[in-house]
Ligand binder design. Structure first.
Ligand code: AMP
Ligand code: MG
Length: 336
C-alpha cells in the first residue's frame, strides 16, 4: 500500500488503515522530521525481525523506539530519567534520541542484544498521528537498504523497499534531512553517540556535562570501543567512489586526478569550479539546507556518468559538524 498524505494535516482515516497494519504485525515506512523510518510494533518480535530482513541490516545494529507520549516511556525504560528531563523539555518532540536502561521485556531483537534502549518522540505531524493510532511504541531504523543514504523522500523509500514492505506513507520531503542526535543517558555521565540536527552547541546550553567521545572529534571514523553498534558500519555511501576534500589546498590535485568527477559543494563555492559539473548542496548562509539536501544529493550522484564524485567539506560546527560526520562515513577517501 502506498498512501500520500498532507505532511501538516494528514487525514486520520488514511493513517488509521496503515496503523492497523502495524497492529497486525506489519512493517510500514513513515516520514519523520529527520528521515523516513521503517517501523514495526516494538513488542512484536517477528515484525521486528522483518525490518532486519527487509533492510538487510546486521542483527547487532539496534533500532530506535518511537513514542508520541511521555507516558509510553515507562513501558520501555527501567531507570530514573530525571537527568534527561531538561533535554526532553527542550527537544521533545523533536530530533533527539535518548538511550536508557531497558525494561527486561523490551525484546533484545530491538536493541541489538544490548541492555539499553534508544527512544525518540518525533515532532512530524504524520509520525505523531501514526504513532497514536498504532497504539504501541514503534521500533524503526531508517527506511533504506543498509549502507545506502538514508531516505529523505518517499521516492528514496520506493527505490529501496517497494514491494518489500506492507505500506509506505508518502509525507513529502523530510524537513531536517539527517538522522536524530543520540545521547546516552544510561551511564553516569551523558554522552553524545551521534551528532544530528540538534547541535552540540544547542545541547550544551541545556546540559553542561555532555561528554563528546574522542572518535567524534578526531580524524578517525570509528570508536575504538564500539559505544553504539551502528557506528561501525560504512553508511550513506553512493555506489561510485566519493572523495571528501577537507584540505582546500589539495583540491586542485584531486580535481586533476578525477577530471570527469562532479563536485558537490555549497552554493557559495560553485563559481570556483568553472567548466566542471557541480551539484549544489545548499547555502552556507542557511546551513540547515545543506543537511536537508545531503542524502538526496548522495543518491543522485550515482545517476551522473562519472568515475567518481568529489565533495568539498565544511567547517565542523553547528549542524555542519553533523553533516561532516555523515560525509566521513559516506566517503571512500578523505583528503585532509
Ligand atoms: P538508524 O535509525 O537507522 O540510524 O539506526 C539507529 C541507530 O541508533 C543505530 O545504528 C545505533 O547507532 C543507535 N542506537 C539504537 N539503540 C541504541 C542503543 N541501545 N545503544 C546505542 N546506540 C543505539
Ligand atoms: Mg540507518
Amino acid at each position: 500500500m502506498l498512501v500520500k498524505v498532507d505532511p501538516l494535516k494528514p487525514v486520520e482515516d488514511i493513517l488509521r488503515k496503515v496503523a492497523d497494519l502495524i497492529k497486525e504485525g506489519g512493517v510500514v515506512a513513515f516520514p519523520t522530521e529527520t528521515v523516513y523510518g521503517l517501523g514495526a510494533d516494538c513488542f512484536n518480535i517477528s515484525a521486528v525481525l522483518k525490518i532486519f530482513q527487509i533492510k538487510r541490516r546486521p542483527a547487532d545494529n539496534p533500532l530506535i523506539v518511537h513514542i508520541y507520549d511521555i507516558k509510553q516511556l515507562q513501558d520501555l525504560i527501567d531507570q530514573d530519567y530525571e537527568k534527561a528531563c531538561a533535554i526532553m523539555d527542550v527537544f521533545w518532540p523533536g530530533p533527539v534520541t535518548l538511550i536508557f536502561r531497558k525494561k527486561s521485556y523490551v525484546p533484545k531483537e530491538v536493541t541489538g542484544g544490548l541492555e539499553t534502549v534508544a527512544v525518540r518522540m518525533p515532532s512530524h505531524p504524520v509520525a505523531q498521528k501514526f504513532l497514536r493510532l498504532s497504539g504501541t511504541p514503534i521500533a524503526a531504523p531508517s527506511a533504506n537498504l543498509s549502507g545506502k543514504p538514508s531516505p529523505t523522500r518517499a521516492e528514496h523509500v520506493i527505490e529501496d523497499l517497494y514491494g518489500l514492505v506492507d505500506a509506505i506513507i508518502d509525507g513529502g520531503e523530510t524537513p531536517l534531512g539527517i538522522e536524530s542526535t543520540i545521547i546516552d543517558f544510561s551511564r553516569e555521565r551523558p554522552i553524545l553517540l551521534r551528532p544530528g540536527p540538534a547541535t552540540i552547541e544547542e545541547i550544551q546550553k541545556v546540559i553542561q556535562n555532555l561528554e563528546i567521545p574522542e572518535f567524534l572529534l578526531k580524524k578517525t571514523n570509528e570508536p575504538t570501543r564500539p559505544l553504539s553498534p551502528g557506528m561501525s558500519y560504512r553508511h550513506y555511501a553512493p555506489e561510485k567512489p566519493l572523495i571528501l576534500v577537507i584540505d582546500y589546498n589539495k583540491l586542485d590535485e584531486v580535481l586533476l586526478r578525477y577530471p570527469d568527477a562532479p563536485v558537490i559543494c555549497a552554493q557559495e563555492l560553485v563559481s570556483k569550479f568553472y567548466g566542471r559539473r557541480t551539484v549544489v548542496l545548499g547555502t552556507l548562509r542557511e546551513p540547515f539546507t545543506i543537511a536537508q539536501n545531503l542524502f538526496h544529493v548522495l543518491r543522485t550522484v550515482d545517476s551522473i556518468t562519472a568515475s567518481a564524485a568529489i565533495v568539498v567539506g565544511f567547517e565542523s560546527k553547528g549542524i555542519l559538524f553533523s553533516v561532516m560526520n555523515r560525509l566521513r562515513k559516506a566517503a571512500s577517501e578523505i583528503v585532509e
